[in-house]
Design a protein around this ligand. Structure first.
Ligand code: ADP
Ligand code: MG
Length: 353
């Protein structure tokens, strides 16, 4: 069971919105479309669902072109943030909606709705009014309704958008488990990086209607392909550097000159953007009491700690330098006001396009 989206093109008022978007999603895999508001994510889902036509490209299910298959025959489940529940109907009637469309008999419908309510941890809610439920409970009901008719594919469009952070986290944990159990391809749309990182097997980074990068959360985090990805994900430290004319194997950075071979495929501009992740193997952080000579294989950064936050056993440091403010993660404690030195392994520096 595979969804394949091939070279989708879509524009509104002659302005291109989706430009050659292609990806596949396999059974049991959750793919997360991540991009700014307005980047065309919802439009793409509507095209997959058959609610909207693309100007070019194809939506294939197990290799079969879906263009002549109407929405209700595709068997795709949808859960949209604004896909409101029917307010005057009970929880059970809401969950049963898709099952009634399939003309199942009452006993079967009751059984399946009961199973779905168990799945979303709302056993016993069948006869409640949906208007009496909290926002989080309503989203669970919407999920139960989407999954009840055994969809071949589940698409979720910012399903947790309206909820507060703590509730989001709990629901995300549940959602991850529930979609794994369903063992169908899942396309999850969000503009929220944290949400995407907690749910995705694979991230698809959408920038102005074009796919900028595809990869596991770890791949994308450790090796963002572009300045846009690094900035969008808030990966942190981006510093400026300049190629040195003639001596091509050194560059001038905001923290001094370092030996650095700029890889092929990287910007031909003189000015470079370098990414320093907050935590990399071999990085050393120490108090700047007795500044030692810096060895060649490190970039030396000095600065003052402006904030230190203890989180999950580590210290998150904000550091004021002569250049930009930087963030690093330390295993050992440093206090606000302390002057520190960071030796960042040059081999871990990444050059962004
Ligand atoms: P996202 O879900 O990523 O926020 P959307 O797919 O909702 O993005 O929409 C992207 C842009 O496409 C919108 O900002 C809007 O300008 C345009 N758009 C979407 N739907 C329509 C429409 N039916 N008519 C005209 N423009 C539209
Ligand atoms: Mg949207």
């Amino acid at each position: 069971m595979t969804l394949e989206v091939k070279q989708i093109e879509k524009s509104y008022d002659n302005a291109p919105l989706l430009r050659g978007v292609s990806f596949t999603v396999d059974s049991g895999e959750t793919v997360c479309l991540l991009g700014r508001s307005g980047s065309g994510k919802s439009t793409l889902l509507r095209i997959i669902a058959g609610l909207e036509n693309a100007e070019g490209g194809q939506v294939l299910w197990d290799g079969r072109d879906m263009s002549d298959v109407p929405v209700h025959q595709r068997g795709f489940g949808l859960m949209f943030q604004d896909y409101a529940l029917f307010p005057h109907r009970s929880v059970e009637q809401n969950v049963a909606f898709g099952l009634r469309m399939q003309n199942l008999d009452d006993r079967e419908i009751k059984k399946r709705t009961g199973e779905m309510l168990d799945l979303v941890h709302l056993t016993g809610f069948a006869n409640r009014k949906v208007t009496d439920l909290s926002g989080g409970e309503q989203q669970r009901i919407a999920l139960a309704r989407a999954l009840a008719p055994h969809p071949k594919l589940l698409m979720l469009d910012e399903p947790l958008g309206a909820l507060d952070r703590t509730l989001k986290q709990t629901l995300l944990d549940d959602l991850r488990q529930i979609v794994r159990t369903a063992c169908i391809p899942v396309v999850y749309v969000t503009h929220d990086q944290e949400e995407a990182f907690s749910i995705a097997d694979r991230l698809i980074m959408l920038n102005s209607g074009k796919i900028e990068q595809v990869g596991s959360p770890e791949q994308v985090y450790r090796h963002p392909v572009s300045l846009w990805v690094a900035e969008f994900l808030g990966l942190g430290n981006i510093i400026l550097a300049e190629k040195n004319g003639g001596k091509s194997d050194t560059i001038s950075t905001q923290f001094g000159e370092i030996p650095f071979a700029v890889g092929s495929g990287v910007s031909t501009e003189r000015e470079l953007h370098l990414l320093l992740l907050p935590e990399v193997p071999g990085m050393r952080i120490s108090l700047e009491k007795n500044p030692e000579e810096n060895e060649g294989s490190y970039m030396l950064i000095t600065g003052q700690v402006t904030e230190t936050i203890f989180l999950e056993g580590k210290y998150r440091l904000s550091i004021k330098t002569n250049g930009p403010s930087l963030r690093f993660v330390s295993q050992t404690q440093f206090n606000t006001g302390e002057n520190i030195r960071i030796e960042y392994p040059i081999g871990e520096i990444q050059c962004l396009n």
